[in-house]
Design a protein around this ligand. Sequence first.
Ligand code: G16
Ligand code: MG
Length: 219
Amino acid sequence: FKKAFIFDLDGVIVDTAKYHFLAWKNLAESLDILFSEEENEQLKGVSRVKSLEKILKWGNKTISEEKFNNLMTKKNEEYLSYVDAMSKEDILPGVLETLNYLKENDYPIALGSASKNARRILNKVELYSYFEYIVDGNEVSKAKPDPEVFLKGCELLAVEPQHSIVFEDSQAGIQAANNAHMTSVGIGDESVLSEADFNFKSFSEISEDVLKTLINFKK
Ligand code: G16
Ligand code: MG
């Protein structure tokens, strides 16, 4: 059998986390709720609905369903205005090299993201065709750390979870991969991602030798 790879999107392939941050910060401030990088960290990998629920909880606010939906729409519009200005220049360093290596060596690749905008972003940065399957926020009902998004990816790729490798930048995502007994690879801040089987600051650290190590790793 061949090992399979599942990539998270935001924070792994592209740095859209900074756009989520800007849009959530503006929204929180409009409600007089304090919002810093620290709060933002806790929204990584978390769905849009769950993110707004968390922000309201931090600010001790309750709002009507109508206001909730309006705020979500507004947040997404602002976020998409940043996304629509993206191009392939926004692919994070080292990502393309890894994707090309995996493609050339026929490793199955899927995307596993909480975002409902995943397809739009992949199109913008011209990476859509690299992924055999895309599992995103439109297809899953249980948020990371529930492994649903990654298990769906495995099912589509017809690979056992134990034989697949997940790249993630969020704590919830690493936990999701671990919960499914997949090999978890943290990309980013090691202090946040310490539960991962492997940690790298960015894909620039992931050489062909590193990929071979990941492929040969048995959990
Ligand atoms: C991403 C981000 C989260 C964001 C979520 C929903 O997940 O990390 O911060 O809240 O998607 O995004 P959207 O509002 O676009 O549906 P991932 O799993 O790609 O890191
Ligand atoms: Mg992410």
